[in-house]
Design a protein around this ligand. Structure first.
Ligand SMILES: C[S@@+](CC[C@H](N)C(=O)[O-])C[C@H]1O[C@@H](n2cnc3c(N)ncnc32)[C@H](O)[C@@H]1O
Length: 418
C-alpha cells in the first residue's frame, strides 16, 4: 500500500508538472481523494483531511469564479434569451478596434454578417447616430435576438436569416444594390451562445447530442457531427481532422473512432471526447496548452475539425468575403475577425487578391515557406480589390484577453474597398 501511495504521489508530481490548468488540479486532488478514501494507513488518514479541505476550497473557488466571471456569457436556457445591455450573451471581441477601422459615419449602412449575440451591432448602434445595420446570421436563434433588437431600435436593425453563400440573393430580395454598403463586419466562427448550449453539441466540456450544426433548424437534413463520425471511413475521418482540425494525431484518433463505433454509435459530445482521450495515455489528455497556457483537452482539435467540416466553414468564409466585396461601395471598409490560422490565412490571401478558386492548399498543415512563396507570387493579383488599412494583423490587447479569454486567438484584418 505504501508503494501505491508513493506511486500516486509520483503521478501527482508528474501531472502537476505537465498540467497547469485549474481543471488539472481538480483531477489531481480527486485522485488523491480516491486514494485516501480507500486506504487506511496513519499517514494517509492524516493527509485525507488536508486533501478533503483542499478539494472543498478548490471547488468552492471554482464555483464562485464561474458565477462571477463576466468573460463567458451566461448559458441560455430554453427560449429565455434576450438582448439586454446588462448581460451580454456573447462578449464581442476587439470592439474598439472594429469601430476604429470601420470608421462608420452617421446615417451610413452597415452589414454585420455575423450578428451572433448582437455585441458588435449594439456597440455600433450606440456609438453612431442614425446608422442602419443589416444583421445577418445563419442561426435562427441569433436572428430572433436581432428581431428583438430591431424592436428596440425601430427602423435601424434589419435582421437577415441566411448563410454567407446566400447573401447576395437575400440582399437582392431586399433590393439592396451591389456596391451600396458603407461598412461590413465579419466575425467568423461560432458564438458563445452556440458553444454554451449543451444541446447544440459544440462543446466537449458539456454533454449533449453530437450535433454542431449552426442552422439545423433551417436545414434539418444536413449531416450533423454524429453522422460524420458514424458513417465516414477511417481515411476520410483522418483527412477531416488533419485538414480542418490541424490535428497531428488524426490517424490515431480516426482509428479509435472506428473501433468505438463498432461497439455502439457515437452520439454524445462527451462520448466522443472520451473516445479521443482513450487513444492517448492518461498523462497527455490535458497536456496540450492553449494560447493562455491553460490545459486544453486532447479532443479540442477533433471538435474544431468536425465543426468546420459540418458547417462547411471555409467555403462559407470565402463566399462571405466575395459577397462583402460585391456589396461594399468603393471606399467602403471591411473588418474580418478570425479565430484560427486556417481562416486567417484565407482572409489574408483573399485581401491580397489571390485566386482562391482552389481551397485545398489552405488545409495543409505542413506548408513549407518556399512553397507558400511560390504559390503567393503565382496567384496573387497585383490589382487587388482591397487596400489594407493596416498591413499587419491586429490582435486583442492583453487586458482584453484576460477579461474575455475566448478572444485569445482572435485576429482582425481591416481593408478598404478599392
Ligand atoms: C463569433 S459569432 C459573432 C458574434 C457577434 N459579433 C457578437 O458580437 O455577438 C459568429 C456568428 O456567425 C454566424 N455564422 C457563422 N458562419 C456563418 C455563415 N456562413 N453565414 C451566416 N452566419 C454565420 C454564427 O451562427 C454565429 O452566430
Amino acid at each position: 500500500m505504501t508503494s501505491k501511495w508513493s506511486q500516486t504521489l509520483v503521478i501527482y508530481g508528474q501531472r502537476h508538472a505537465i498540467l497547469g490548468g485549474r481543471w488539472s488540479h481538480i483531477e489531481v486532488l480527486y485522485d488523491l481523494l480516491k486514494m485516501t478514501i480507500f486506504h487506511n494507513s496513519a499517514m494517509i488518514r492524516k493527509t485525507k483531511v488536508g486533501v478533503w479541505r483542499a478539494w472543498r476550497t478548490l471547488t468552492v473557488r471554482l464555483r464562485c469564479s464561474a458565477v462571477s466571471s463576466s468573460a463567458g456569457p451566461a448559458p441560455l436556457e430554453g427560449n429565455g434569451s434576450s438582448v439586454s445591455d446588462e448581460k451580454p450573451l456573447h462578449t464581442p471581441v476587439m470592439v474598439k478596434e472594429v469601430l476604429h477601422y470601420l470608421n462608420i459615419q452617421p446615417a451610413q449602412v452597415v452589414l454585420d454578417m455575423t450578428f451572433g449575440g448582437g455585441g458588435h451591432t449594439k456597440e455600433i448602434l450606440n456609438t453612431v447616430p442614425e446608422v442602419t445595420v443589416l444583421a445577418l446570421d445563419r442561426d435562427p436563434s441569433a436572428i430572433s435576438l436581432a428581431q428583438q433588437l430591431a424592436k428596440q431600435h425601430p427602423g435601424r436593425v434589419k435582421p437577415l436569416l441566411c448563410r454567407f453563400s446566400e447573401l447576395e440573393a437575400s440582399l437582392c430580395r431586399l433590393e439592396v444594390k451591389p456596391g451600396s454598403i458603407d461598412a461590413v463586419l465579419l466575425d467568423a466562427g461560432c458564438s458563445s451562445m452556440q458553444m454554451d448550449q449543451a444541446e447544440r453539441g459544440f462543446s466537449l466540456s458539456k454533454d449533449g447530442p453530437l450535433d454542431m450544426r449552426m442552422d439545423a433548424e433551417r436545414y434539418p437534413d444536413m449531416p450533423c457531427a454524429a453522422d460524420v463520425v458514424n458513417t465516414l471511413d477511417q481515411q476520410a475521418l483522418a483527412s477531416i481532422l488533419t485538414a480542418y482540425g490541424e490535428e497531428r494525431h488524426a490517424r490515431k484518433i480516426a482509428s479509435a473512432i472506428i473501433e468505438a463505433r463498432r461497439v455502439s454509435p457515437i452520439t454524445r459530445t462527451q462520448q466522443l471526447a472520451s473516445v479521443v482521450a482513450g487513444a492517448f495515455p492518461p498523462a497527455v489528455i490535458y497536456a496540450r496548452k492553449d494560447k493562455l497556457h491553460r490545459a486544453s483537452h486532447v479532443a479540442t482539435k477533433t471538435f474544431q475539425g468536425l465543426r468546420i467540416f459540418v458547417n462547411d466553414e471555409l467555403n462559407e468564409l470565402l463566399a462571405g468575403l466575395r459577397a462583402a466585396q460585391a456589396v461594399l461601395k468603393p471606399g467602403g471598409r471591411l473588418c474580418v475577425i478570425t479565430f484560427h490560422s486556417l481562416e486567417d490565412r484565407l482572409v489574408k490571401r483573399f485581401l491580397q487578391g489571390e485566386d482562391l478558386s482552389n481551397l485545398d492548399h489552405f488545409s495543409q498543415r505542413k506548408h513549407s515557406k518556399s512553397k507558400e512563396k511560390t504559390l503567393d507570387s503565382r496567384s496573387r493579383s497585383s490589382n487587388s480589390s482591397w487596400i489594407p488599412l493596416r498591413k499587419k494583423v491586429i490582435i486583442p490587447e492583453k487586458d482584453a484577453v484576460r477579461d474575455n479569454p475566448r478572444g485569445r486567438s482572435a485576429k482582425l484584418r481591416a481593408a478598404l474597398r478599392n
